[in-house]
Design a protein around this ligand. Sequence first.
Ligand code: DC
Length: 215
Amino acid sequence: MNPPAIAIDGPAASGKSTVAKLIAKELGYTFINTGAMYRAVTWYTLQQGISPTDTEAVKGFLPTIPLSFGKDGSTSTVMCQGRVLNEELTTPETNQYVSTIAAIPEVRALLVEKQREYNTAEPVVMEGRDIGTVVFPNTPFKYFVTASEEVRAARRAAQGLTDSIAERDRKDSARACAPLTQAEDATLVDTSDLTIEQVVAQVVADIRAKLEANA
Ligand code: DC
């Protein structure tokens, strides 16, 4: 049996990244940002001068894509030919096309395999859109983190980012393959009126109770 996998899903700017990072820290687990993996494939596609809407071309380079997925301390990293990617992952162009790339089933299959590998040897807190539904459907630790659209837009603006999160959520929810959706057995966490500390405390208490019950 694999070590525990905590699945944190939700729409853009719901606070799930911040929450997931803090939960990982509190539990001493590795934090895995799967959005960064989809963003890296998007960035690489654009770098190659390939249109993200050209699905066949994207599928064509996937077997030889020079991206690797590792860790720096207790946080996941994405590298291209040995160089850690950072700013590349949040350029306006990457923001614009990441949902298009994330809708390609072959891209998802490749990344889901890499995501599961992180959990073979160690416990993880993994955040994304399909962690509870597809990546770890059998984990008992599933949380769907959300907030009202106004609160999410305000949080995005406070970060100095202006990408269209409503449009991205619409595309992520409408795609045929692994759409953004709450797993039936996930706990809904609405962060609109809670502080980050309150959300983290609530989720960590739930995880600890489940860990004890399963011990
Ligand atoms: O979490 P994020 O905003 O960095 O994710 C960027 C995009 O990647 C998001 O719009 C949809 C896609 N994504 C996905 O389809 N599945 C995941 N597990 C994580 C992200």
